[in-house]
Write a protein that binds this ligand. Structure first.
Ligand SMILES: Nc1ncnc2c1ncn2[C@@H]1O[C@H](COP(=O)(O)OP(=O)(O)OP(=O)(O)O)[C@@H](O)[C@H]1O
Ligand SMILES: [Mg+2]
Length: 423
């Protein structure tokens, strides 16, 4: 393979259901025409298709089959591949480490380590690499946190052996998406995403995020398991990965698709019109092996987000996962309250009913039947959740270690007046 090709194409590996090692699934090629328009192409390998247990990378867009798939969306990177690619935070670490300001999309895939979300891996060799056995441990969190601080402050990374080791550590986790500083660590035979606080945070995000996951669980949502660890004086929220399962042979990996991919859309502001819970539930119903459970669950998440003013509920903060052959809605993650000034009108990131993105009970109810809920049942769900959030957010937050001062700061997030405003 010559170097020009190397920049334009790569092999895509996958860990199949029940297995812990990669096999080669196919090849991805990215080209840009003279006008600068990128086209991505993907083909499954013949030997992959011949496997009895071959699994589709994306059950909607990249079904198993002997054809060349093409896309111009997402800079030519198929949604399922983009979901396995680093985001704002990981890209920053990779740029810092490689000293390059703008690596190409394929380079981001290739430079990031294989602890990325989902079951995919990428490389230049037809044969996949051996699985990684060693992960960052919780004991290394202090150094990881210091390194994250240096990246946020845009400080020079010292050029000595110690710093190089820290960079190697930090590199683990860069392929996870999201904007907040994070690393992947192993703890008690599980993999966790460690999310660090930033010095410029308005409140202790780690504690608040953990408290929101607890509150959501008490409201009947399926949530990711989480805990807070204190390193020095600072808190780190650890969120257990739902796309990994420890076995004696290594980690099994679940395939994962973000709602961005399920909605066939991207971050481009012009395509935000496609960001919609109502459309998302249609896709979830198509893909899920348990649509009667997942559709109402998505309804509850939409309501919970409205009730805690989580306006950062963008489509990368929802996903479906297949730990085996069946796809399901993933547990909820990244639940964060916000405190906009308006007490009458707040918008979620996704459309949630006939009145667009308005985080309002009547709006949420307007399309409830698409979530497999009868209007009476949907109304009961909303009323119960509203009462629960109103009466318990404070005690849950305090119980999980959110300070009195931070509770005051986030207090206007919960069951804001516009939620129950008659429309
Ligand atoms: N428990 C989990 N198990 C597996 N993957 C997860 C889990 N939580 C998050 N992810 C994946 O990692 C990505 C980043 O995580 P998260 O959304 O918590 O980070 P963030 O930096 O707060 O994001 P944002 O940019 O939305 O603020 C998610 O988009 C999702 O793909
Ligand atoms: Mg997120």
């Amino acid at each position: 393979m010559n170097s020009r090709q190397a920049e334009n194409e790569c092999f895509v590996y996958i860990t199949l259901p029940g297995e812990t090692e990669f096999v080669t699934a196919g090849k991805f090629l990215l080209t840009t025409d003279r006008r600068g328009i990128p086209t991505g192409r993907f083909v499954y390998g013949q030997s992959y298709l011949e496997r009895g247990n071959a699994a589709a990378i994306d059950p909607l867009e990249l079904k198993l089959g002997n054809r060349t798939y093409e896309t111009n969306l997402l800079k030519g990177v198929f949604g399922a591949l983009r979901d396995a690619s680093p985001d704002y935070w990981g890209r920053r670490v990779i740029e810092k480490r490689s000293g390059r300001t703008q690596p190409g999309e394929i380079e981001y895939l290739l430079y990031s380590p294989d602890d990325r979300a989902g079951a995919l891996g990428f490389g230049l060799n037809r044969e996949p690499p051996a699985p990684r056995r060693k992960f960052n441990q919780t004991i290394e969190l202090e150094r990881l946190q210091a390194f994250a601080d240096a990246i946020i402050a845009d400080e020079e990374i010292p050029d000595d052996a110690d710093a190089e080791q820290a960079q190697d550590l930090m590199f683990g986790g860069t392929s996870m998406g999201g904007a907040r500083p994070k690393a992947v660590v192993e703890d008690s035979n599980s993999l966790w995403i460690a999310k660090f606080n930033r010095p410029d945070d308005k409140w202790n995000d780690a504690r608040v995020e953990h408290a929101m996951l607890m509150l959501a669980r008490e409201c009947g949502l399926q949530t990711s398991e989480s805990k807070v660890i204190t390193i020095g004086e600072r808190d780190v929220v650890m969120v257990k990965r739902f796309d990994r399962e420890h076995t004696k042979a290594g980690y099994r990996r679940g395939r994962m698709l973000s709602a961005l991919t399920l909605l066939h859309t991207d971050d481009d502001p012009q395509r935000r019109a496609n960001w919609s819970y109502v459309s998302l539930v249609e896709e979830v119903r198509r893909v899920s092996s348990q649509p009667r459970l997942d559709a109402p669950e998505l309804f509850r998440r939409m309501c919970f987000n409205a009730l805690i003013s989580n306006i950062d509920d963008h489509p990368r903060n929802h996903a479906m996962v297949a730990m085996d052959t069946d796809w399901k809605l993933s547990p909820a993650y990244d639940l964060t309250p916000s405190t906009p000034i308006s007490v009458e009108h707040r918008d979620l990131a996704l459309e949630c009913g006939d009145m667009g993105r308005f985080a309002n009970a009547d709006n949420l109810l307007s399309q409830c039947e698409r979530f497999y809920l009868k209007p009476d049942d949907a109304e009961n769900t909303i009323n119960q959740m509203e009462e629960y959030v109103k009466n318990n957010w404070y005690s849950v937050a305090r119980r999980e270690g959110v300070t009195e001062k931070d509770c005051e700061k986030i207090s206007t997030a919960f069951a804001y007046p516009g939620f129950s405003l008659a429309t």
